[in-house]
Write a protein that binds this ligand. Sequence first.
Ligand code: TPP
Length: 660
Amino acid sequence: MISPEKHQRMANAIRFLAMDAVEKANSGHPGMPMGCADVATVLFTRYLSFDPKNPLWPDRDRFVLSAGHGSMLIYSLLYLTGYEDMTIEDIKSFRQLGAKTAGHPEYGHASGIETTTGPLGQGIATAVGMALAEKKLADEFGSDLQNHYTYVLAGDGCLMEGISQEAITLAGHLKLNKLIVFWDDNGISIDGAISLADSTDQHARFRSAGWNTIAIDGHDPEAIAAAIETAKKSDKPTMIAAKTVIGFGAPNKAGTHKVHGSPLGADEIAATRKALGWNEEAFSIPADVLDAWRLAGLRSTKTRKDWEARLAGTDAEKRAEFNRRFAGELPGTLSGAVDAYKKKLAETKPTVATRKASEDALEVINGVVTETLGGSADLTGSNNTKTSQTKSITPTDFSGRYIHYGIREHGMAAAMNGIALHGGLIPYSGGFLIFSDYCRPSIRLAALMGIRVIHVLTHDSIGLGEDGPTHQPVEHMAALRAIPNLMMFRPADATETVECWQVALETKDRPSGIALTRQNLIPARTEYEERNLCAQGAYELISASDAKVSIFASGSEVEIAMKAQQQLEAKGISARVVSVPCFELFFEQDADYQEAIIGDAPVKIAVEAGIRQGWDAIIGSTGTFIGMKSFGASGPAKELYKHFGITADAVVAAAEAKLA
Ligand SMILES: Cc1ncc(C[n+]2csc(CCOP(=O)(O)OP(=O)(O)O)c2C)c(N)n1
């Protein structure tokens, strides 16, 4: 039992580390860690199940600092509880180049950081995915192996961001009762009082979404503990509104926006030391306080060992499956299944929309990859993401493998990040490519974190037709290709579709987007080829000796490129076709490969029903681009292609004009 005095000193250790680190860096946010130190101390010393010596133990509780600007809170906790890769030197180099202690917590920098946060609202929405994954895996493997909580610390900013509404309503609907969110109810943000911009009744808001809510004094350890106890018993997710004082302890600045995001200054820090009775040098923690924190870090060792014993006692097959899934390794049967399917495609040569081809590929994949967790943002029938293996998950039955995310693209993309980060599952979900704009911040974070989430993005161009320009992506491929570390695929037929899926699944450390058509496409690949040609990002589909024209295309425009090639050959003009399913992968190939694929034909033409941006890297600034320069229009797809001049005839005419 920690005495009130000891609690106070332990919480003050967080406060001073935060203050001192921000002061030394001359940048950062001391107010939030100072205000939330009591909540964090109670959580980490009494409730959170975690083991600094085994940070990745699969059944640990997850802690998400959604208010990522308060990064010094988590860095302090990791140091104090004894994570070996968070030393006092790391704390001293807060916000310096190359330090683990980046401005905002970054996944992968140090163990114990469960997700990257900073863009407000992402943390709480990601945590929904973690809680969802826990419930799904508990259903699948039993509560002996999966039975943990997901805790979130969110600020006013997180709750004001729109994404939080999607996250809250999804969690409430799915009754994610092991999700416990602390709201740092300090009434302050950057501009000043929250009342300047918001007057939401957060309790009513959460309750209406199916949550349990509790209001407490966030500086009263027993009230904090009691709230957690109550939350743990709830059959709904719980929001604990912890009334706190931002910058708690700073005599002149506490409770004001002045402590939100600036160093306190030497005078105020000195005054705070006096006010809180802290006589230590900067970065120095009294031995009794550090000992108490280190003991807290050892608290869950037994829980972890008991869990390991249960895992060891589990039936060998189930244990192997559990271990494989948490190691993120695919089943060995995947490549054989894909291969057999590719052979079948070479025989049947289906003319299909790539969204349908994706469904067929998923039917094969989901049959062998038991960890895929599908879904869609209310476009299941359009995205073709549901297969025979993926029964729907409901609030009362998590035995399925499919999430109806509702019309919540942003919440879905963040939840997918949480599912991937949690481990044991590979999330894939569907939406329209155009609405990737709605999930872009979460896709960007997935790329920054380097995690395996797969976005099925259908209706990928004017080829969707009648729904018109509001639904027709134009700049989206370029915009998504601009995100570093994201593999954006645009397959041309059924064979390329399954190849892109295979690469996406086999790449553990990157997210993918797969752009797919609504309209049918004739096969580009008609011969079986064991090698995954899409894995190199671009490859020669039709070769020609002494080619005068190279035509590059992706997705549905490969068909146009092939037609144009035939027409050019008929006119005696030697032409080759290169399919470009993934820019990111192509530009990672060695220089010789890139050079060979780009080739030295005097005329280079790219065809894609999107904007030119990005293609110059392949065709050069003097190359010809046939695509979109404006928004699309409503009408039948075939007419739109003609109207916007994206046709084989246009390619031929451009080639002839260049050669003339
Ligand atoms: C999406 C997003 N918009 C803006 C910001 C910049 N920002 C960082 S903290 C903050 C204010 C947050 O207020 P609150 O959550 O109340 O935090 P507190 O002042 O209590 O520390 C803002 C606007 C951000 N990090 N993310």
